[in-house]
Design a protein around this ligand. Sequence first.
Ligand code: NG6
Ligand code: CA
Length: 516
Amino acid sequence: MKQYALLAFLSPIACLMAATGQGEKGGKNKAKASPQKQPNVIFIYADDLGYGDLECYGAKNVQTPNVNKLAESGVRFTNAHATAATSTPSRYSMLTGKYAWRVPGTGVAAGNAGMIIRPETYTMADVFKNSGYVTGAVGKWHLGLGDKSGTQDWNAPLPTALGDLGFDYSYIMAATGDRVPCVFIENGQVANYDPSAPIEVSYQKPFPGEPLGKDHPELLYNLKHSHGHDMAIVNGIGRIGYMKGGGKALWKDENIADSITAHAISFIDKNKDQPFFLYFATNDVHVPRFPHERFRGKNKMGLRGDAIAQFDWTVGQIMSALDRLGLRDNTLIILSSDNGPVVDDGYDDRAEELLNGHSPAGPFRGHKYSSFEGGTTVPAIVSWPKEIPASQTSDALVSQIDWFASMATLVKAKLPKGCAPDSQNRLSTWLGKDRTDRPWVIEQASAMSVRTKDWKYIEPNDGSPMINWGPKVETGNLKTPQLYDMKAGEFEKENLADKYPNIVYEMQNILRRVRK
Ligand code: NG6
Ligand code: CA
């Protein structure tokens, strides 16, 4: 049993008692005295948003006023890391506190993957739920649904879904915008289900009679692919995987941000009177980048820039909702990204030619998929006006793997033995109260890397130095060890492994110890 029913019940009662002022002596301000409530917690987890993609991190070609404002209200981290250079392992590690590379089957998931975090796992949502919070997940999921890969019946309630992982409410995309099924799933069932168009999904073979992107370029009226993404066609865009049906339930890419934002805000509205945890994972700025037309054409970078602007709008909407409800002060917001940026990730959206000098990964080498720092160094902003002084920057070395134990500390959760084995409590660093570096950070791409404040080590790997299936990305692969001085002006340029064998040895030892 992972539910701590008693705790879950006690906290709201405690809050209720506080709210009614029971036990207090009379006094003029008694009715107004607001209860000391646990903070609400919102993770705003962007997809493929790079270190250099926000104005407050130096972007010049796109405006991000809302994220800038969020950053000004709290701490902006300049040395924060996702655990992996792609989505599924990064999200798995963050939500379980256990490195994905310890667990088979945690690579980039198909849209019909079975639930990758097994129901018996104690998750981030369980931490909050069992501490009296209402919990919700809205947006991109990409961690599988149902009991077993490829066996889901999308026309009925799924036998296992986010409700089994501690989320009271969920409104999610099963995988990514570019993977079928292209429908939202609300509490384990297709939202807005259309009985006249039963849904079938396969990652093995096409459905007879359904046109494919590779054969019907004339049907790709919204976006053409540059590599891959040539299977099912939904909303004039080719996808990964085959799909049939869906009808009215099919999403329109241009409305995804509006839809998930509306659901996130309605969750906040409904739960305004009790502490809530919202995992809000945006589709932006993952491909296909097809933002609503009101975000089009306002920056130099075309669709990729427009998607960043749409992300910024989304953040603004959440903050306005909190302001409207009087919740902003006691809401802890953590904004970050699941992995580094990528320019051409398979659609002909002119992202490359319209960069106009923009560096999506900021000063770092490599992008999404890469072992270089650009693969996993991400923006990270923490705001909690009631507790965190504004306008701070922190260069502390931090990792998303520690959100689990840090959040558990925040809500004074009792954790079952053995859960979140890789997560450390670093709450005071994440709240900007100190600048303590994590002694080391582990990064997962095709090779494994270790980062300390001063050094970066990449394990030898036989893979090719550039991705050879589409994106123009340096993988960081090399047959021999790589060691980079992170104090040097130009990051990861000169391999110093031969010069400092002792440091290589120390870094290898860290990896060896963590692997045990
Ligand atoms: C790749 C996809 C890419 C993206 C990525 C996962 C192709 C050619 N490319 O395989 O578009 O979906 O997987 O991205 O299929 S992630 O951010 O969700 O990890
Ligand atoms: Ca991603």
